[in-house]
Design a protein around this ligand. Structure first.
Ligand SMILES: O=C(CO)COP(=O)(O)O
Length: 253
């Protein structure tokens, strides 16, 4: 990998005040050894401020979602991008497959959220990925192209200069089934070629993370792939030893 790597922990709907504090203690202690990569933690929204206060040594804070609304107002339960920035977030996950599948986020909503993240000074981590049916039906590239181009068409390719992409095959999320190195490299190279079709310079600099059952024992191989620039980590981001081991794999890739 030739780009600066990133490892982001998506805690999903997990955590507690006491548990977060001990996890952060473990992550912060290891940060001096992770100086060649960007490390981001994305706790549930109610913990953003308390976790942010514990982020030290360059550890970055991200949110898991933001509202598809351009200004604050009467949107019960939603979080305006500017509020996430206000409490210290630098990044926000956009279009995670759980949001798409369980909360009905369409390509259009994802594209709107991507733009609103950037409008509010946040770096979007745009998640893309095919389901098992789609892969088995030979639709992987069609789906990835559709999901990516929906955003590019909405925001323009220049916006990707300050964005991160995460390839997360849905069938690999939380299942213990990781994409093979060939499957991951092929999907990442395809996404980069899609970007290059719009702008070769931007395609070369965008970081494309892999997500889906990344663990300490497979991180080295995945992060060694040419077009894999780090990982978006679910389950293994909840244990300091595992997340630190994954960060160490990215640091040495
Ligand atoms: O969805 C993911 C990260 O966003 C991946 O989750 P797991 O690492 O638990 O498979």
């Amino acid at each position: 990998m030739s780009r600066r790597a990133m490892v982001a922990g998506n805690w999903k709907m997990n955590g507690s005040l006491a548990g977060n504090a001990s996890l952060l203690e473990g992550l912060v202690a290891a940060m001096p050894g992770h100086d060649r990569i960007d490390v981001v933690v994305c706790p549930p929204a109610c913990y953003l401020e308390s976790v942010g206060a514990l982020c030290d040594g360059g550890l970055l804070l991200g949110a898991q979602n933001l509202a598809d609304q351009g200004k604050p107002g009467a949107f019960t339960g939603e979080l305006f991008g500017g509020m996430l920035k206000d409490v210290g977030c630098s990044h926000v996950i956009v279009g995670h497959s759980e949001r798409r599948a369980l909360y009905g986020e369409t390509d259009e909503v994802v594209a709107a959220k991507f733009r609103l993240a950037q409008d509010n000074g946040l770096i979007p981590v745009l998640c893309l990925g095919e389901s098992l049916d789609e892969r088995e039906g030979g639709q992987t590239e069609t789906i990835l192209a559709r999901q990516l181009n929906a955003v590019i068409d909405h925001v323009g390719i220049a916006a990707f200069e300050t964005a991160v992409i995460a390839y997360e095959p849905v069938w690999a999320i939380g299942t213990g089934k990781t994409a093979s190195p060939e499957q991951a490299q092929s999907a990442h190279a395809f996404l980069r070629a899609q970007l290059a079709g719009r702008d070769a310079r931007i395609a070369a600099l965008v970081r494309i993370l892999y997500g889906g059952s990344v663990k300490p024992d497979n991180a080295n191989e995945l992060f060694g792939l040419e077009d894999v620039d780090g990982g978006l980590i679910g389950g293994a981001s909840l244990k300091a030893a595992d997340f630190n081991a994954i960060c160490a794999a990215a640091q040495s890739a």
